[in-house]
Design a protein around this ligand. Sequence first.
Ligand SMILES: Nc1ncnc2c1ncn2[C@@H]1O[C@H](COP(=O)(O)OP(=O)(O)OP(=O)(O)O)[C@@H](O)[C@H]1O
Length: 627
Amino acid sequence: MYYTTTTMTWSDGVTESTQRPQTRPTQLPYVPPHLRNKYNNGAMSSMPTSLNDDYANKNANSYGFTTESTQPPLGRGGRGHRGRGGGGGRGGRGRFHQTQEQDSYNIASKFEKLEVNVDDESPESTNFAAYDDIPVEVSGSEIPSPASSFEEIDLGESLNRNIKRCKYVKPTPIQRHAIPIALAGRDLMACAQTGSGKTAAFCFPIIHAILELNRLSKPGRVAFPLALILSPTRELACQIYEEAKKFAYQTRVRVAVAYGGAPIVHQLHNLEKGVDILVATPGRLVDMMERAKVSLSMIKCLALDEADRMLDMGFEPQIRKIVQQMDMPPCGSRQTMFFSATFPDEIQRLASDFLSNYIFLSVGRVGSSTDLIAQRVEFVPNMDKRNHLMNLLRGQEPNGTHGKHALTLIFVETKRGADALEHWLSLNGFPAIAIHGDKVQMERERALKSFKSGYTPILVATDVASRGLDVPHVAHVINFDLPKDIDDYVHRIGRTGRAGKSGLATAFFSDQNMPLAKALVELLQEANQEVPLWLNDYAKRASNIVGGGRARRFGGSKFGGYDFRRDAQYEIENDPYSSTYGSFDGTASSYGLSNANSYAATGVDSYSTGSYGHEFSHETVEASGWD
Ligand SMILES: Nc1ncnc2c1ncn2[C@@H]1O[C@H](COP(=O)(O)OP(=O)(O)OP(=O)(O)O)[C@@H](O)[C@H]1O
């Protein structure tokens, strides 16, 4: 379905026979990925024949682990080196799981120990200078003013305390604009660049609203959450859940999570204890509702993270079922908020079905990447991809604290490709682990934990890991296979360069990627990145082909945010037979559209800030004073 592709790409297709050492024996004892190079290579004809230091030294890349440091993450072997997950998944719980996992994963459980530090602008804090000149576009009616600080927003004592615990000193731009809008109870369609703090932008107002209601949920056989947050992937649901728990710490607001691939019984048991905020993936939620374990009749607030993904082909029927066909209060009686870094026109149109008199907010250019990410596009013929990757990885010196490797995330197109590349990297001494939709949930979670902890500093992933995942210290994202869709590229590279930190993204471009060339050039230009001459040529050639490659999805606006309603506005302005427009804000407003100020005349305001504000035919109010 959604993450499934049947096409073969280079990462799967480059057969092991052509790429692996030719004399690799057919039967090898199981060796975990990290140790395969040292232990398995003994079987290679051109190599020394045992656990030979000589070989290990000659072939040491900068990831070369000592035997001591490479305690395998799995205690009980696994399923053989070609088993699911490349051996990274199924064993028992070894030393790793008893130590690092417990220490690092459940942040919320350790939250109590964190200090409340009022003035700390620690290195971990956001680099706000990076966001200073960010363009902001807002449109809709009666737009609440943005706030410049958390004090000004005033989310209440307990939330403010938790914000300090998180060491959030200042709101990020999306938070400055979105939180006041959400606190005013308005529906919202919000776009902001990857890693810019959207999760808190919807979690804070939700928690605040529930506290204001002063009516927390009670235990019972059927759960009646007051707020629902939907996420397209299980991992993202878990991440939002962990974040929401931190933000709701000591507030008595109960947060629960429901996602597929894990036993439903345990999740239901948690729900029975009472839940105020339910974070869920659509499939599992529908299942629970059909079992009459969850009712959405009390929902006051609905938030969709990665909203464009939630409404694309894969999820739209499930979302319609959850939002329109079960017992959720109708549009207008609940508050609805959509968040994403990308929001194609056609998906905005769909989304407007679920919103009432909403405000459109974009911080940074919709669908653009952040300038914090240095982007490099290299022409790499398919045949050379693996060697090129190896050289790239060899060049990465340990640079983290204690000489640890910064994390590298490699995207490939298919699940098979992810397994094959993980295996090949492991064989060559690079500690890699794969994550994709064919792995069982436990394997997926383990892969992510192992990567997050730095234990396996290379993660090979399909798009299952492209959206929303916030893994600190991802220094390099490599698009081994480029995606077909430029928005997917934006989300993928957005796994680095988060929260004001800088990052690097390298893409391997080959002939097959020509349809992406034009959009890629535009994206690089917008992000002030160098565009290789050869890529420009590809873009020109692509333009000459019918369709011209996939154009940017945000219509005619090169810079700044883009509210699709403006297109509709434009169409009507230019349609001599049309004089009314009834769907702009989800209400039946109608207005004449004959002059340039008609947009403002309808009570629909807008403002733009920052250096990329662009011109519209309607009145644009320049806002200042907070940016
Ligand atoms: N006000 C703040 N100050 C400092 N750090 C913050 C602040 N708000 C959020 N962060 C941190 O920024 C990081 C990115 O936030 P988040 O995951 O919400 O980004 P996002 O915009 O949802 O990204 P994506 O589009 O990839 O989903 C997180 O580690 C979060 O803790």
